[in-house]
Write a protein of this length. Structure first.
Lengths: 260, 258
């Protein structure tokens, strides 16, 4: 999906029709809200006016910092990669873990929230655990796929040069599964973002999700919507970043479509 | 995912399924042992989870709430298909429209839509409608996005050839548009199943509490850890099962994918 996203957003011949569509969407939204909805409901004009106010608000900056600190994602990345590599290269590990990884991946992630908040309390730790749970399985699955598809020639060469198992893992299997890793990372980042917001709704701990919840409950939808815009920007930005790094660092790789 | 296909009947089957059985049994045994040696407020054993599940099922609560959840998921998902597929095909057929709209669809596709739930709550309140809207929003964009993706993959030559043979609009849709985009749409349908389930649980958690979501919320508020595990297990199995169905649908249509 993403490799061509950047191109699609910037094709010169299409800029005009996209801009017009954008204006049409905003105008419709504005008109509908003005005509039918109460004044506190977010509409483009008032959201735009709220942006300069919100982005200098220390509470908003703090909330953004808390939610977008990617420690959960980092933990999921490190452990997911390790487990994925092992599963990809060891038949026993693969057979004994595969059903659990696939099963947990298919579980709607937010269902574990009540349990995790029971275990970790209504705290940042519960959010961290939710993010790790949401993100780790897509990384494991993709890294394992990548590690499994390492060309046999590479491994044979490594073998005949008497390379150790760990060395082969780090120098051959890991780089060779990079594209899969990036595909997994893209998925994991999206899921992690959802998990962070949902965990903040559920446990009411500070963060962007809670900022949105609090402001919409107190009928300040414009402020709340700025939070949604930031989340959208982050989601899209991450997609573009992954697409860019795939093109930049793995230019030989042309698999646009990741498994979800 | 690669199964080793060997000749021979039952022995090969045994060899193929043995690792599955062993790993599941080992997992359950581990769960049982850990559960018995932990504070029951945090973790309960497999056997206790099963007992709790049985009690919930026997009281009729589980069945009733399950139906409630199924109704929510079914309605939202059906609406998502009913809107997403025709809209995707229409955008596929009218490139000028598609070019204008698709970046916005992609942006929404990449946005965590859960963030909209508080707005839906304050605008639409409690009730069935807002919850269906949540499931719909979660499920519709994968369908739309993938259908458009499929439409982009139709070679212009195909449409030109159809045109030069004076194919009617209807025939063009039937012979070119739909067959070409359907496998992609089905990938979207599979993704929509997963996302729709997340939407269902999110709606039941954060809007008016009903269904399996309510069951799990009540259980966790009462520190009834056994019931929490039981319902997570049920929703988890539901997720796995529906994912399977989604994969089957996708693979079925992928056969004619070019």
């Amino acid at each position: 999906m993403t490799a061509s996203l950047a191109n699609r957003l910037t094709g010169p011949s299409t800029v005009l029709s996209r801009t017009l569509t954008g204006f049409a969407i905003l105008a419709t939204w504005e008109a509908v809200v003005r005509a039918f909805a109460p004044p506190y409901v977010a509409k483009p004009s008032t959201v735009a006016l709220a942006i300069p106010r919100v982005i200098v608000d220390p509470a908003f900056i703090e909330a953004t910092r808390v939610t977008l600190t990617a420690e959960g994602l980092a933990i999921a990345l490190v452990f997911g990669t390790i487990i994925g590599l092992i599963m990809g290269r060891s038949v026993i590990a693969e057979r004994s873990l595969r059903h659990y990884v696939n099963g947990f991946y298919a579980v709607p992630m937010i269902v574990v929230l009540p349990l995790l908040s029971l275990w970790f309390g209504y705290s940042g730790a519960a959010r961290l655990a939710t993010i790790v749970f949401a993100a780790i399985f897509s990384i494991i699955i993709n890294v394992a796929d990548g590690a499994r598809s390492v060309p046999r020639d590479y491994l044979e060469v490594a073998n005949s040069f008497r390379s150790g198992r760990l060395r082969t893992m780090i120098d051959i299997v890991l780089p060779s599964s990079m594209p899969y890793f990036l595909a997994g990372l893209r998925l994991a980042a999206g899921r992690a973002l959802i998990a962070a917001v949902v965990a903040e709704f559920f446990t009411a701990i500070g963060g962007l999700g809670y900022y949105i919840l609090y402001h919409s409950r107190t009928f300040r939808h414009d402020e709340a919507f700025v939070g949604v815009l930031l989340l959208a920007g982050f989601g899209v930005g991450f997609e573009l970043l992954v697409a860019w790094s795939t093109r930049r660092f793995l230019p030989w790789y042309r698999r646009d479509e990741a498994t979800e | 995912m690669v199964h080793v296909v060997t000749a021979g009947g039952s022995q090969a089957r045994l060899r193929r399924h043995a690792p599955f059985v062993v790993s599941i049994v080992a997992g359950l045994a581990l769960w049982e042992v850990v559960g018995r040696h932990t504070n029951p407020a945090f973790m309960v054993s497999f056997s206790e989870t099963m007992a709790r599940l049985w009690a919930l099922a026997a009281s009729g609560q589980l069945g009733a709430q399950f139906l409630e959840s199924a109704k929510l998921f079914g309605t939202g998902f059906a609406l998502a298909l009913a809107v997403g597929m025709p809209a995707g095909l229409l955008l596929a057929r009218v490139p000028s429209l598609r070019v204008g709209v698709e970046p916005y669809i992609m942006v929404i596709y990449a946005t965590p839509l859960v963030a909209l739930i508080p707005f839906i709550l304050s605008l639409m309140g409690f009730g069935f409608g807002p919850k269906v809207l949540v499931v719909f929003l979660f499920a519709v964009f994968p369908v739309l996005y993938n259908t458009i993706e499929g439409a982009r993959s139709i070679k212009t030559e195909l449409i030109e050839v159809a045109r030069s043979y004076r194919s009617s609009e209807w025939a063009l849709w039937r012979e070119v548009m739909v067959p070409y985009t359907l496998p992609f749409t089905m990938t979207g349908v599979r993704q929509a199943i997963g996302r729709g389930l997340v939407g269902m649980v999110a709606a039941e958690f954060f809007l008016s509490s009903t269904g399996l979501g309510q069951l799990i919320m009540t259980a966790s508020q009462n520190f009834d850890t056994g019931a929490v595990f039981a319902i997570i297990l049920i929703i988890g199995l539901l997720g796995v099962g529906l994912m399977r169905v989604g994969l089957m649908i996708e693979n079925h249509f992928a056969r004619w994918r070019v």
